[in-house]
Design a protein around this ligand. Structure first.
Ligand code: RAM
Length: 512
């Protein structure tokens, strides 16, 4: 099912002052040359590669990088172009996936494959695009009966605005935890380019929901606070005519708002700003951007009637809103969205406190109480003692998690609520949602369970061969994808990097 989040009537209203501030913080990129750690070949002749021959290079780890190799011909003079197919893979299983019949609903342009016609050899081939890969598979589609090609000096230039070796990894006797930490740090490093990207394979751009989790992990690892600051100013500098922040932005050729708007993401501007301030004490940024955070809440209120947020996609006179929450297609999001508003209201209050705005703080406090009360009336099932959402009274993990994170559930009851609903068939499918599940366990004083979950879920990806964490992971369905085909899934995705944060911030390794 294709998702249409675009609001075509949205017009960008650029804020030049904010954009300039963001651009002044453009980071430099580190470039490191690397060579394959191993190479496997299937070829018929010892002397070069001919039609149908295959070369697979393994660079040891998945990274955002550029690729180059040297190619020359052997045999008779080249009487035809050399025709090569080059496939870049983040994981080993992608090497064998059939992409020719891809029919997902997002562009097949995301598939990391090229077809090269080379008319003259010898030549150093420097691929133009940046890819995300551990493996490169080169298939010789054709030469001619008279010549073959030699492929040599393959190398990649890995790029990031941070250096992985600057982060001290946790020391644990638990080898799996150690690997989880390492993969988390690598995942984040790959996504830290000139902005925080969601994934170096796809979509290679700054999304607000992803930014929230990247920023938190960054504070505990790379501490590149300026990249967070740059991201905040970019979002604040590219709203639509109502002041709503888009869910994601494009950086080039010049900063541009996407016409995708997600209410939950927009509301996360407040937590990102508040947490940025907590870690940096940068009062100027706080003062300049707080209005933008408050405005997102005003916009959210246009979709609230009698204390309840309306259903996603329904027009209540203020247009429609969309929200993300998780990639589970059957998830009813209304209850979780209500909780996200409550959650963001708490952060708006915090911002008011920091800025000395008692009246506004009081306003948010009252709004919170009102909407919490309304939430219990609408979504709480007294008999079953769970939050339900939608006409079918769906019991999802997401609804409970967000209500707990919104602190709408008394602390002493939160753990039992999670326990009661943990086997709901409406499962979580993204590491993004699993992160919030873990934080809901922490909010319920269930440190040991949180640690076990991190180890089981992210450890599950490691056991399945991950060295960076994936966009989607559903242990019950290895082909899980919201895009109609898992071939376009990203296997190094920003929102999956949080174990490095959870382990450090909460010392989870000590609770296993
Ligand atoms: C996907 C991206 C991104 C996420 C959005 C909601 O397209 O992968 O990470 O934030 O969805």
């Amino acid at each position: 099912m294709a998702t249409d989040w675009a609001i075509n009537t949205a017009a960008m209203v650029k804020k030049p002052y904010f954009i300039e501030k963001a651009q002044a913080l453009l980071p430099r990129l580190y470039r490191v040359e690397e060579f394959p750690v191993s190479c496997e070949e299937k070829r018929k002749s010892k002397d070069g590669y001919g039609k149908g021959d295959v070369l697979i290079l393994d660079f040891g780890h998945n990274h955002a990088a550029y690729f180059r190799f040297f190619c020359r011909s052997v045999g008779s003079p080249m009487d035809a172009p050399a025709f090569l197919h080059i496939k870049f893979c983040e994981t080993e299983k992608e090497l064998w996936e059939d992409t020719a019949n891809y029919n997902g609903w997002i562009s097949k342009g995301w598939l990391q494959e090229e077809w090269l016609h080379i008319d003259e050899l010898p030549r150093l081939i420097e691929m133009e695009r940046r890819y995300a890969f551990r493996f490169v598979k080169i298939t010789v589609l054709d030469t001619s009966p008279k010549f073959r090609v030699v492929l040599e000096q393959a190398a990649r230039i890995k790029v990031s605005s941070v250096k992985e070796e600057d982060v001290e990894l946790i020391t644990s006797e638990d080898a799996l935890l150690q690997k989880i930490d390492e993969a988390s740090v690598r995942t984040l490093a790959n996504c830290m380019q000139t902005v925080f990207e969601d994934g170096p394979k796809r979509d290679r751009r700054l999304w607000l929901g992803d930014l929230r989790l990247q920023a938190l992990t960054n504070y505990e690892t790379f501490k590149n606070q300026n990249l967070v600051k740059r991201s905040l100013y970019l979002f604040a500098g590219l709203p639509n005519q109502k002041g709503m922040i888009p869910a994601c932005i494009f950086e080039r050729p010049e900063p541009l708002m996407d016409d995708t708007f997600l209410l939950d993401y927009a509301l996360f501007f407040a937590p990102v700003l508040e947490e940025y301030y907590e870690y940096t004490k940068d009062k100027e940024t706080l003062e300049e951007l707080a209005q933008c955070a408050f405005l997102q809440m005003d916009i959210a209120m246009e979709f609230v009637e009698n204390g309840i947020v309306c259903e996603e996609g329904k027009d209540v006179g203020a247009g429609v809103y969309h929200c993300f929450i998780d990639w589970n297609e059957v998830l009813d999001k209304q209850c979780a969205m209500q909780a996200v508003i409550l959650y963001a209201l708490r952060y708006c209050r915090k911002l008011c406190r920091l800025l000395g705005m008692p009246e506004k703080e009081e306003y948010y406090k009252n709004l919170y109480e009102e909407m919490k009360q309304a939430a219990y009336e609408k979504f709480w099932d007294t008999q079953r003692q769970v939050f339900v959402s939608g006409k079918e009274e769906q019991i999802s993990i997401a609804s409970q998690v967000w209500m707990i994170l919104a602190q709408a559930v008394p602390k002493e009851e939160a753990a039992a609520l999670l326990e009661r609903t943990k086997d709901s068939p409406v499962v979580m499918v993204t590491p993004y949602m699993h992160h919030f599940y873990v934080t809901a366990l922490l909010e319920s004083d269930e440190k040991a369970k949180a640690a076990v979950h991190v180890k089981a879920y992210w450890g599950g990806m490691i056991q399945a061969g991950a060295d960076t964490f994936w966009e989607l992971y559903n242990p019950a369905n290895e082909k899980e994808s919201p895009y109609g085909s898992h071939c376009v899934n990203s296997y190094c995705h920003a929102w999956s990097c949080t174990p490095a944060y959870l382990l450090r911030k909460y010392g989870l390794d000590k609770h296993l």
